[in-house]
Design a protein around this ligand. Sequence first.
Ligand SMILES: NC(=O)c1ccc[n+]([C@@H]2O[C@H](COP(=O)([O-])OP(=O)(O)OC[C@H]3O[C@@H](n4cnc5c(N)ncnc54)[C@H](O)[C@@H]3O)[C@@H](O)[C@H]2O)c1
Length: 338
Amino acid sequence: MTNHKIIVSLADRSYPVIVGSGVSDQLQDLLPKTAKRVAIVTQENIPLKLDLEIENTTITIGNGEQHKNLQTIQLISEKFAKFGLTRSDVVIGVGGGMVTDVAGFAAASWHRGTAVIHLPTTLVGMVDAAIGGKTGVNLEQGKNLVGAFWQPTAVICDVDSLKTLPERETRCGLGEVAKYHFLTGDDLLALEMTQRIARCVQIKAEIVSADEREQGGRAVLNYGHTLAHALERSSSFALAHGEAVAIGMIFAAHLAHSMKRIDDHRLAYHYKVIRDIYRLGVEVPKTIKRTDLISFMRLDKKAINGLTFVLDGNNSIEVVSGVDEKYIDQAFDAMQVL
Ligand SMILES: NC(=O)c1ccc[n+]([C@@H]2O[C@H](COP(=O)([O-])OP(=O)(O)OC[C@H]3O[C@@H](n4cnc5c(N)ncnc54)[C@H](O)[C@@H]3O)[C@@H](O)[C@H]2O)c1
């Protein structure tokens, strides 16, 4: 099977993303030449074990979004200190998006910036989280509120590690793949898995290369995410990120429809793609109240000028600020959110 190499093009911070079967054996060659030590950040149940010819330590962090917090960053940093990790060494994140977000942030803050390489082991991680340099952790008040832009020096997507991924996690990944479907119109499900991941990486790489720090175009990658983050928090993370993104895109479509940005046909197309083609859930669980969702959405990082969403419309998908709450209510009414 062919391996793919996609470059995230960012001048002197450009880096390769390798996608394929068995490609984790390329790690040794991708380590920075200055590195004398490697700190691997991972979780207990991650199947990918690394065999490195360099002094290394493994730091195992908790599983689940409730461990994506500043306490985990402190724990990792103290282990870096005990291990003697220096700024010329390297951190390696091996796991899903939770691990790579946390490992990336720990690396960004360790000695004000230490190299990091990601080996994502979930579909969410491969198509999205490990690429683009957004790192961070959650607070009680909201998702990813503390973080840094810190580009990895390489990303290795070894598709073999997906063999053990539970079906629910694969479906979560499809939530992000469906997002790329709306951003590009590409029929990504028609591609075989390795090609599909490579194409998603390429889409994300192009968007990140054009707007690394989300001052414009990169914000479209947050399609469905304003409600998704609120859903994750309101459900105490019972809803996984990818599941929440799928529902969030349906909500964004209803909101765009209420604001007359899209017509009935385009709204129906969202249901067709997300529910019928990608077979993802489209309903807000009945236990979640709209008042809670609105409070969490106000804390979204994009909400600088009032409630802010990424919305579909005649001018394609774009950021829309200062959205009147009456449209949000109409969208929630249409989705029968209490
Ligand atoms: N930085 C970004 O640009 C970005 C983009 C999208 C999502 N994210 C973040 O990513 C996180 C979600 O990532 P996720 O969906 O990968 O969840 P996750 O990292 O929590 O992983 C889901 C579960 O799968 C397990 N797992 C991982 N790989 C496995 C494998 N190969 N086999 C068996 N089990 C495995 C994990 O231990 C965990 O229990 C969220 O915190 C989200 O905010 C970040």
